[in-house]
Ligand binder design. Structure first.
Ligand code: HEC
Ligand code: HEC
Length: 172
């Protein structure tokens, strides 16, 4: 768990969120064959969302080229309007989180952004997503208080959304 240790000093809830959304806990991009029951929540590309995945990759590549050489600087210094992914999140980690958001909600970048004008907050979905990032932090903070786990635990977008913009509601 080296990646986790490396970020642990910035606070467990933040570290867990970064790790979960960027693959630092080994939760993303695992081949299906290697998945154990504990990793069953991993979002993955399925044949049905191939074209979505291609479009998403194109924009990821575009942004990655724009930040070339500055990947390891803080996202807040590289990008123009970062208000939630603030604490020790690098530019490269922010980009990986965007990919994770897409896969968790089953959408493309245009669900939250006007393509190319990434810093704008004009879409309600982006404004909600920012509050969801904070909600995640609050939940992970509370989870961190449950000492009996004796291991890093946390939620991220996929935990609830599982490929849907609106998570399923329980039938009561
Ligand atoms: C579910 C909503 C959502 C999706 C989908 C999404 N983003 Fe974002 N994006 C955000 C939010 C929210 C922020 C601001 C984060 C903050 O304030 O800390 C952001 C910020 C950004 C920024 C920084 C812009 C700046 O200058 O401040 C870039 C670049 C970006 N997104 C690119 C992408 C790309 C590329 C994709 C598709 C792969 C994508 N986003 C998909 C919600 C989303
Ligand atoms: C604890 C569960 C939970 C987590 C974790 C979570 N969400 Fe949500 N999210 C919800 C619920 C519940 C709704 C409201 C769904 C509804 O309208 O019925 C929602 C709604 C949204 C919406 C608005 C959908 C719409 O069309 O109105 C966006 C965007 C969103 N979430 C993004 C995110 C992102 C990005 C993350 C990760 C940073 C995230 N969520 C993490 C539970 C969660």
């Amino acid at each position: 768990m080296k990646p986790f240790r490396r970020v642990a000093r910035i606070g467990v809830p933040v570290a867990v969120f970064i790790a979960l959304t960027t693959g630092g806990l080994g939760c993303t991009r695992r081949p299906a064959a290697a998945a154990s029951p504990r990793e069953a929540t991993t979002p993955s590309a399925t044949p049905s969302n191939d074209s979505l995945a291609r479009a998403r990759q194109q924009f990821i590549d575009q942004v990655t080229r724009q930040i070339a050489g500055r990947e390891n600087e803080l996202a807040t210094t590289v990008f123009r309007n970062v208000q939630a992914l603030t604490f020790q999140v690098t530019a490269a980690q922010l980009v990986r989180s965007m990919d994770f958001f897409d896969r968790s909600l089953g959408v493309g970048c245009n669900y939250c952004h006007i393509i190319g004008r990434w810093e704008e907050d004009s879409l309600r979905t982006k404004r909600i997503a920012r509050q969801m990032i904070r909600l995640n932090g609050t939940i992970n903070n509370e989870l961190g208080k449950i000492r009996e786990f004796e291991r890093p635990v946390g939620v991220a977008c996929w935990t609830c959304h599982r490929g849907l913009t609106r998570p399923a509601r329980p039938t009561l």
